[in-house]
Design a protein around this ligand. Structure first.
Ligand code: UD1
Ligand code: MG
Length: 436
């Protein structure tokens, strides 16, 4: 998309008290990324001059956003002296003649939906939608077919509260309008805040025409509460999964699947119902079976699950991972681990079979240690490998063996299970005694 000659200001300084959280509102996440990330990303597709206004938890907000973007400006709001959306605009300067003001709590906005704001010549364009339940929004007062003012819920009279046309919170202003009216804002309202929305009534009083732009509620809805966040999450998930299915990923019952924005799929992949795939996971030509969880891991030419858990930094290639297998920070190439295992801090090489119930004991309560398993190793069921431990190529481990630290050499069998004892009629004697 072409970058337009437009400056964008994203207001992200507010506390977001309706989230009932110690974390700044814009840092709450959707599909693995902060709300603010999404609106900056959409903005950066249409503008080369983006300013984010911060105050509450400003260091955390700036640090996190700088990890994604390197070409945005930050302005710190003096929120003690100038609270409110108008106060947020006080120290912002603009490169271009047209300025689009967005709220940081609108993660669902897409670049295409911002273009209509730029296509009108009006000095003020403001977004509106009609809501059955306008609760929480500023009401748009229209008289003689002209927007006259916006009244915040807390300042509204009983009759104004009944207005269902609300301010969606996105505006395109000419730079001239902002430079003229922002310094004139006052805080004589119920919240003692400087409202950006008052620019509209002041400009109107001076005869400036306000162009209302009807926008799609689903795209522009602000996230103010945890309920709103969960609703936005559903929409974001729908988008992510539609994009992936359009690119060829097969999904069974996609409404039950959660996939984060950053996950990459390549080739022919199937994801069954109930799976959760997060972080920088990469799935290539693989089948992820029902109810598996994959975090920050790469899976190539493999099948995983049902009910398997790949924890961060796992690298799975040409491998079968079956049910109730947990893998962490391990590389498995050409391996079969069919049932009930924990494989952590390990490398496992081609042709190796990991029996049911095999555990790498990687942690001694203080430190973590590595397990190295070579090619064509056969590890019998219910064995424990106490790290640091190495099983060279072509090793066998008998079922029920505890391999303590050290190296098992190629060709060797490791067996620690006790000799089987058989005691005749023990069963009958044991229970006969119990019944007495
Ligand atoms: C605002 C509008 C309201 C509109 C609604 C749409 C005002 C006065 N009201 O209300 O008319 O219907 O958005 O969602 O503008 N922020 C700052 N500094 C502050 C306060 C807020 O940067 O001092 C930021 C917040 O981080 C947020 C955005 O501005 O991203 C909107 O703030 P919020 O408190 O959600 O405003 P609303 O009460 O929803
Ligand atoms: Mg809001």
């Amino acid at each position: 998309m072409n970058k337009n000659r437009i400056s964008i200001v994203i207001l992200a300084a507010g506390k977001g008290s309706r989230m009932k959280s110690s974390k700044a509102k814009v840092l709450h996440t959707l599909s693995g990324k902060e709300m603010l990330y999404y609106i900056i990303k959409s903005s950066s597709e249409i503008s080369d001059d983006i300013t984010v206004v911060v105050a509450h938890q400003k260091d955390a907000v700036m640090k996190q956003m700088c990890s994604y973007f390197d070409d945005i400006n930050f302005v710190v709001q003096d929120d003690a002296n100038f609270p409110g959306t108008g106060g947020a605009m006080k120290n912002v300067s603009f490169k271009h003649e047209k300025v689009l003001v967005l709220n940081g709590d609108m993660p669902l906005v897409i670049p295409e939906s911002l273009l209509p704001f730029l296509q009108t010549k009006s000095q003020i364009v403001m977004s509106i939608f009609d809501l059955q339940n306008p609760d929480g929004y500023g009401r748009v007062i229209i008289e003689n077919a002209q927007v006259q003012k916006i009244v915040e819920q807390k300042d509204a009279s009983a009759s104004q509260l009944k207005v269902t046309t609300v301010n969606a919170g996105i505006y395109a202003f000419s730079k001239e309008i902002l430079e003229k009216y922002i310094p004139l804002l006052k805080n004589d309202n119920a919240q003692k805040e400087y409202y950006l929305t008052d620019v509209i009534s002041m400009a109107r009083a001076d005869g400036v025409a306000i162009t209302p732009l009807l926008v799609d509620e689903e795209l522009f809805k602000g996230v103010n509460s945890k309920k709103d966040l969960s609703h936005a999450e559903e929409i974001m998930q729908e988008r992510i999964k539609t994009r992936l299915m359009d690119s060829g990923v097969t999904m069974q019952l996609p409404s039950t699947i959660y996939i984060e924005e950053s996950v990459v799929f390549e080739g022919e992949c199937i994801v069954e119902n109930g799976c959760r795939i997060t972080g920088n996971s990469k799935i290539i030509d693989s089948h992820i079976k029902a109810h598996s969880v994959i975090e920050d891991s790469t899976v190539k030419n493999s099948d995983v699950g049902p009910l398997a858990h790949l924890r961060p930094a796992s690298n799975i290639e040409d491998t079968h991972i079956g049910n109730f297998v947990e893998v962490k920070k391990s590389s498995l190439k050409g391996v079969k681990a069919g049932h009930l295992s924990y494989i952590g801090d390990a490398t496992v090489d081609e042709g190796t079979n990991i029996g049911a119930g095999v555990i790498t004991c990687n942690y001694d309560g203080i430190n973590k240690y590595k397990t190295v398993i070579g090619k064509n190793v056969f590890i019998g069921s219910d064995s424990q490998l106490i790290a640091p431990v190495t099983l060279q190529d072509n090793v066998m481990v008998a079922a029920g063996t505890t391999v303590r630290s050290g190296t098992i050499q190629s060709g060797e069998l490791a067996a620690s299970s006790a000799k089987l004892r058989i005691i005749k009629d023990f069963y009958y004697k044991f229970f006969a005694k119990k019944q007495l």
